[in-house]
Write a protein that binds this ligand. Structure first.
Ligand code: FE
Length: 201
């Protein structure tokens, strides 16, 4: 049976199940990072092409800060899938990831500002872009993984789906002050329960 949301909209959670199954197959087939990013972008692009599968509980903004909801973590923590929800005006700090990642916008627009670090530690702006619904961006420590993400809409939330090469909420990484001073953090998640992908009735 499909889960029913508060507004009685049936949720096609099987789409998320198919995605995590395909992603596990991909990781079993290759550990080459660029191949993972290329093929993973295609899988994520398909997932976000249709906005009918994310339960409302994992798309809910919080007026105080952006939300990071775990949707699925691979049993061996080789990858995790997370929904990020930004309310109007909300933004992440400048941060890194220490693993590869993919971001696909499901709803709204996101502004991504990229930075790189000089050998002595100073941060340098390295371009920015707007990611629109259906678009996917990739990053990794190899190709650059320091950024700040801001809701690109002034009056409505934006929601994006992220995939990372680890249990992202559990690993130690860093936020950065504008002068490049790092501060280690472990992000955790906003939710204590995750969607049930596995009811096939
Ligand atoms: Fe990020």
């Amino acid at each position: 049976m499909n889960a029913v949301t508060a507004i009685d909209r049936p949720v096609e959670i099987s789409r998320l199940r198919g995605f995590v199954t395909a992603f596990a197959d991909l990781i079993a087939a290759t550990r080459d990072e660029q191949a993972l990013l290329n093929s993973g972008s295609v899988l994520l692009g398909r997932l976000i092409a249709k906005d009918d599968w994310l339960p409302d509980a994992f798309a809910r903004p919080n007026p105080d800060r952006y939300q990071q909801y775990l949707l699925h973590c691979d049993s061996r923590e080789r990858f995790s899938v997370v929904s990020f929800v930004w309310g109007p005006g909300q933004s992440t700090p400048i941060h890194d990831h220490s693993v590869w990642g993919l971001v696909g916008v499901l709803r709204g627009v996101e502004k991504v500002e990229r930075f790189r670090r000089k050998p002595e530690g100073a941060l340098v702006a390295d371009g920015e872009s707007l990611l629109h619904e259906g678009e996917v961006d990739a990053f990794s420590p190899r190709i650059g993984d320091i950024h700040r993400v801001t809701n690109g809409r002034d009056a409505a939330p934006s929601v994006s789906i992220h995939v990372y090469g680890a249990n992202i909420g559990a690993i130690e990484r860093a936020t950065y002050a504008v002068d490049g001073t790092p501060k280690t953090f472990i992000s955790g998640y906003a939710n204590s329960v995750i969607p049930n992908l596995w009811d096939r009735s």
